[in-house]
Design a protein around this ligand. Structure first.
Ligand SMILES: Cc1cc2nc3c(=O)[nH]c(=O)nc-3n(C[C@H](O)[C@H](O)[C@H](O)COP(=O)(O)OP(=O)(O)OC[C@H]3O[C@@H](n4cnc5c(N)ncnc54)[C@H](O)[C@@H]3O)c2cc1C
Length: 420
């Protein structure tokens, strides 16, 4: 084992995973003069095409504001889509059961593309993010932790934070038995350019709408929403040392189904197979939905198996903690996963900054990590419970409830979209 082929051998805080929470924490610590290094398993920043949009709410925006330099926060918000519009619950023929309205406000939630947000979060951290470093284990050595990587290299750090997502490699060590529970449900996600051959793929009636269209078959639903950039990322990033992301407005869609309906062994990124599955699953939907799936960006389709995190006990490794999906995985109902992960990052950042300001003794750092856990559990697991409850209600097969949502309520409203 060696640490010689890393360009440094130690850090105050080693963060595992350059996803939303890991980068946000690194920004927070950098802003407060603390040495933080990020270790990412992927070979490059955008090695996987997770090109979906996320709704960033007041919690997420507050965390970004607390962590990013002001100019980068302003940039993220300038590129983001505006708040305001509708969330429509419909049946598979796109007849509406009911809708929720959201007013546009200056500081209201924003629609952000994940790649754009990660580009902003990476800005200024270029020399602190180390790619191709798949963490495998932590070993405690006196007052420090040694973080080991799959390639045989290692680093030492005062503190190790696992921000390595739902499949966390470090969770079993820091939280023995704390892995998430499978829900038996899954989503196939894709994106489709909003304008194709000069025509918009969605009818104007669905502009500024998120739609959850419940299927007739048990556990089936389709979700879609538009990512319309406030400012094109290419224009907004011009003149900055940032990747030239050439992404135009798109519609993000997700096809929800029981995992039992997905052939065993289907890889999360087998886009052609997933697109075929999604197309078949939506065969009886309104043509608008079928067109969205048929015209999707061929490489951007991916599979996510929904799981729910378990409330964590005390951290079992001294001076180590877990944040984001690695500790509180949740199904993507209600758009809380990323927001909660960002909130963790700002909270944990504040605790660590205070502990280092107070001398950074092992006791002070341990207390900070314990305080973060105690404050995180209530808000994070409220979000987990809400997301799981929403998923069960909306994809469940309770006869009367389903009949009301799919037949009765839609029959009482004028069609939003012309019938097929
Ligand atoms: C289609 C879709 C739509 C969503 N929409 C929303 C939304 O609207 N609002 C919302 O709040 N949330 C949303 N989410 C959820 C949100 O994306 C996640 O909750 C969020 O990304 C979690 O952040 P994280 O930092 O915990 O993990 P991630 O962002 O998943 O990052 C984990 C990182 O760790 C790396 N990694 C993994 N293992 C290792 C290892 N062993 N060593 C080193 N690195 C490793 C990974 O490569 C990755 O870069 C959505 C999710 C999906 C799939």
């Amino acid at each position: 084992m060696t640490s010689t082929n890393l360009n440094h051998t130690s850090a105050s805080v080693a963060i595992v995973g350059a996803g939303l929470s890991g980068l946000c924490l690194a920004q927070y610590l950098r802003r407060n003069g603390i040495d933080a290094q990020v270790y990412e398993r992927d070979a490059a920043p955008f090695a996987r095409r997770q090109g979906y949009r996320i709704t960033v709410d007041a919690d997420g925006l507050g965390a970004l504001r607390a962590s990013l330099p002001a100019d980068l926060y302003d940039l993220a918000v300038a590129v983001a889509g505006r708040s305001g519009g509708y969330f429509r619950f419909m049946n598979q023929r796109l007849r509406e059961a009911f809708k929720l309205s959201f007013e546009e406000t200056e500081d209201g939630e924003r629609q952000m593309d994940r790649q754009v947000l990660r580009s902003v979060l990476l800005s200024g951290l270029e020399d602190r993010v180390h790619y191709g470093r798949k963490a495998t284990a932590i070993e405690t050595e006196n007052d420090a932790n040694r973080l080991r990587f799959e390639d045989g290299t290692s680093v030492t750090a005062r503190v190790v934070i696992a921000a390595d997502g739902i499949g966390s490699a470090l969770r079993d060590q820091i939280l023995p038995g704390g892995g998430p529970e499978d829900t038996g449900m899954a989503g196939i996600y894709g994106r489709t350019p909003l304008v194709q051959d000069d025509e918009r793929v969605l009818p104007a009636e669905l502009d500024r709408s998120g739609v959850l269209a419940l299927g007739d078959a048990p556990g089936r639903a389709v979700f879609f929403t538009t990512m319309a950039f406030g400012q094109h990322p290419k224009t907004a990033f011009a003149g900055r040392d940032m990747p030239a992301l050439d992404i135009d407005d798109y519609v993000m869609w997700g096809v929800v189904m029981p995992q039992a309906d997905i052939p065993a062994g289907t890889a999360w990124n087998d886009a052609p197979a997933l697109q075929r599955l999604a197309r078949d699953a939506a065969a009886k939907y309104h043509p608008v939905v079928r067109r969205l799936i048929a015209n999707a960006d061929p490489e951007a389709t991916m599979l996510s198996r929904f799981a729910v995190g378990r409330r964590p006990g005390p951290w079992a490794v001294p001076n180590a903690a877990v944040m984001g999906d690695a500790v509180h995985a949740m199904p993507p109902f209600g758009a809380h996963g990323g927001n909660t992960a960002l909130r963790d990052a700002a909270l944990l950042g504040a605790k660590l900054v205070a502990a280092f300001a107070a001398g950074g003794s092992t006791g002070a750092v341990g207390d900070a990590l314990a305080a973060y856990r105690e404050e995180m559990i209530p808000y994070a697991f409220k979000a987990v419970d809400t997301a799981e409850g929403m998923m069960r209600r909306l994809t469940g097969s309770k006869g009367v409830q389903k009949w009301v949502m799919l037949r009765l309520l839609p029959s009482l409203h004028r069609p939003v979209v012309p019938a097929a």
